[in-house]
Ligand binder design. Structure first.
Ligand code: NAP
Length: 258
């Protein structure tokens, strides 16, 4: 399917690895020029070089912490953007009693206030042009809490509330905002969480992965490529009537009728 977005320009945050990279690759395959971001320069440059080699698109890299004001200013300097994919690392796991105010502020900065600030920066330009696409990478934890991820559950719920109202305010100008909710995907983040299970339960990594995969009706972890394809579709010309949705990509793990 021709996604109809060749020649558009996208900012894909936190995209040297994992789900962000999957989104960047799928958009590049659709002919979208990219501004890619991550903190670590080496992996970012390697991923950008790989994408440039496989797709005929321009790729600009900005090594910066997207959760800081300076980091956001550095990426936004490469606008204007037709497409924004927000993403950042997820907060650490723990117990509800572990976290103090500073931990919450950090999680809110990363997974709520950063995507909101980025949207506030790019939405006026998109609305003036009459076309724009925003996809926020959030989490299955928005629909179904992951008990050990209390910081994530809290911060992402706040972002979801903001998107629910704002998406309705900008849709009339041809701009859509939607959230993609990853369940378990085979990325470094999943390995980090599995490593915590290995330590806590004293089991092998293979057993920890098998245990988690068994909780997913699809019987496996998702891939970054599958995730990226869903993101590219939401950014396509065909998705202009999809507004303010929270779309689960979890292999059926969330046991709900709707
Ligand atoms: P990942 O494989 O660990 O990749 C994270 C990417 O983000 C890397 O490119 C990393 O590069 C970059 N990054 C992290 N913090 C950043 C920051 N402050 N500024 C700029 N770039 C940053 O993670 P993932 O699995 O793709 O997860 C992406 C998001 O989805 C996370 O918020 C995660 O919590 C959420 N999620 C993931 C899963 C899953 O199963 N994978 C499930 C639910 C939710 P640098 O480290 O070099 O900055």
């Amino acid at each position: 399917m021709d996604l109809g977005i060749a020649g558009k320009r996208a900012l894909v945050c936190a995209s040297s690895k994992g789900l962000g990279r999957g989104c960047a690759e799928a958009l590049a395959e659709a002919g979208v020029d990219l501004v890619m971001n991550a903190r670590g320069l080496q992996a970012l440059e390697a991923t950008a070089a790989d994408i440039r080699a496989r797709h005929q698109v321009n790729v600009v890299t900005v090594a910066a912490d997207i959760t800081t004001e300076a980091g956001r200013a550095a990426v936004l300097a490469h606008g204007p953007f037709d497409i924004l994919v927000t993403n950042a690392g997820g907060p650490p796991p723990g117990m509800w009693s572990d976290w103090g105010r500073e931990d919450f502020i950090k999680a809110l900065d990363a997974n709520m206030l950063t995507p909101i600030a980025l949207m506030q920066a790019v939405l006026p330009g998109m609305m003036a042009k009459g076309w724009g696409r925003v996809v926020n990478i959030t989490s299955v934890s928005v629909k179904s809490p992951v008990a050990v991820l209390g910081l994530s559950n809290s911060a992402r719920a706040g972002l979801t509330g903001f998107v629910a109202g704002t998406s309705r305010q900008v849709a009339g100008k041809g701009v859509t905002i939607n959230n993609l909710l990853p369940g378990i995907h085979a990325t470094d983040r999943a390995i980090a969480l599995d490593t915590a299970v290995v330590k806590a339960k004293g089991i092998s990594m293979d057993d920890a992965i098998a245990e988690r995969a068994a909780t997913i009706p699809a019987g496996r972890y998702g891939t970054a490529a599958e995730f990226g394809a869903a993101c590219a579709f939401l950014c396509s010309q065909h998705a202009g009537f999809i507004v303010g949705q929270n779309i689960l990509l979890d292999g059926g793990a969330t046991n709900a009728t709707m």
